[in-house]
Design a protein around this ligand. Structure first.
Ligand SMILES: Cc1ncc(COP(=O)(O)O)c(C=O)c1O
Length: 373
């Protein structure tokens, strides 16, 4: 008892989720989920299983991907799909549909980049392209108005990117098509990641656990998950999903992003600008996203924040392992962009601190430059 009271909590923001009891509620969040859906271990396994569902004999399919996308996922999709790229940049409100040329029978992946997009342009596009298969990727905001009003053949989201679960991705069909089914096997990667989530919470609470202990489990678990092709979601994810406080988690995330943008209005930072400052009503952006003036500043800011126990991410670097889109603008943006953690784990004070640290970074750089010249 005394030990718990005297344990000093640790502070860090971002990186992988941890688990604590306050994340659940007795009011089910099932109303947020589609009526019929299937749960897989990962978003990639959803897309690979969808391929198998459409082409059970293993025939390859063409898949059109946005030029701004996760190249790690693209690398795994290449196993069964021939990839084509169309221009879609998160700096623009809609994709460049003139760069999208699917043939009849092709699959097209429409992505709600950073959760700030509206679905109208894809809905209109689909009405003129009834000979292709449209799959929407709602990973960055699985519960947006677009995801609820989707008219696509299939819609999916890797839920584990925004919800505190060790694995889990959802697929549903707005057109009521038959869904691919996961296999009965579960990924042991999810068990490793759940253990890591629990150990991380103990570490954050001040327990005598080394960070390395849970980091190794996170990395090994992620590696295992990245090889899954059709595993179902873990028992933990399947059971906890309906009890998560999804609405509250979303509200916290949105409030955090709004707060950061409000703070940022006061000072015009030369080193970086927010990628977006508004989003559709009812939507919740993925995180705070900033675009740095150049790659050197992005890397310096990233390292500075890590030194302050704030863990930003790059969504998404390309080339990655020799995979890249054919879009020089997307490649250029991938060198400048930085995701600042702003999910449910951040309090209003944390957001103020993150913003102050980013401001401190700019001041330090300015002082350094003014001494150099
Ligand atoms: C937009 C998007 N879609 C799909 C995926 C694939 O999800 P998973 O990592 O669960 O396979 C990712 C993963 O990064 C993603 O960012």
């Amino acid at each position: 008892m005394i030990d718990i009271l005297t344990m000093e909590k640790r502070w860090e923001i971002g990186s992988e989720f941890d688990w604590w009891d306050g994340l659940t509620t007795s009011f089910p969040s099932s109303t947020l989920l589609p009526k019929y859906y299937e749960l897989f271990s990962t978003g990639t396994s959803v897309l690979l299983s969808l391929h198998h569902h459409i082409k059970p004999n293993g025939e390859r399919l063409r898949l059109h991907l946005p030029s701004f996308f996760c190249m790690h996922v693209a690398a795994n999709l290449q196993i069964v799909f021939d990839l084509c790229w169309y221009r879609d940049l998160p700096t623009e409100p809609t994709p460049d549909f003139n760069s999208l040329h699917p043939l009849p029978g092709d699959c097209v992946l429409a992505v709600n980049l950073f959760g700030v997009r509206e679905g109208n342009s894809w809905r209109d596009w689909l009405t003129h392209h009834d000979d292709i298969l449209l799959i929407e990727d709602h990973t960055h905001d699985p519960f947006s108005p677009w995801s609820k009003e989707s008219t696509a053949h299939y819609a999916m989201a890797s839920l584990r990117k925004t919800l505190p679960i060790p694995d889990g991705a959802i697929i549903w069909s707005p057109q009521n098509l038959e869904l691919p089914k996961p296999s009965s096997s579960k990924s042991c990667g999810a068990d490793q990641k759940l253990t890591a989530m629990l150990l991380k919470r103990a570490y954050m609470n001040g327990a005598n656990i080394s960070k390395e202990t849970y980091r190794i489990l996170q990395i090994q678990g992620e590696e295992q998950l990245s090889h899954e092709t059709n595993a179902g979601a873990s028992t933990f994810t399947t059971n906890i999903l309906n009890t998560l406080k999804i609405s509250e988690l979303r509200q916290r995330r949105e409030a955090n992003i709004r707060q950061f943008l409000r703070l940022n209005l006061a000072i015009n930072h030369a080193d970086w600008t927010p990628l977006f400052t508004s989003w559709p009503a009812g939507a919740v952006p993925f995180n705070i996203i900033v675009v740095c003036k150049n790659n050197e500043i992005r890397e310096a800011l990233r390292k500075f924040l890590i030194s302050q126990n704030i863990y930003p991410t790059v969504h998404w670097q390309q080339p990655y392992k020799e995979i890249f889109s054919n879009d020089s603008l997307a490649i250029n943006l991938s060198n400048h962009i930085l995701t600042i953690p702003s999910d449910h784990r951040c309090s209003a004070n944390d957001i103020t601190l993150i913003w102050e640290k980013m401001t401190e970074f700019s001041h330090q750089r300015y002082l350094l430059l003014s001494h150099t010249y």
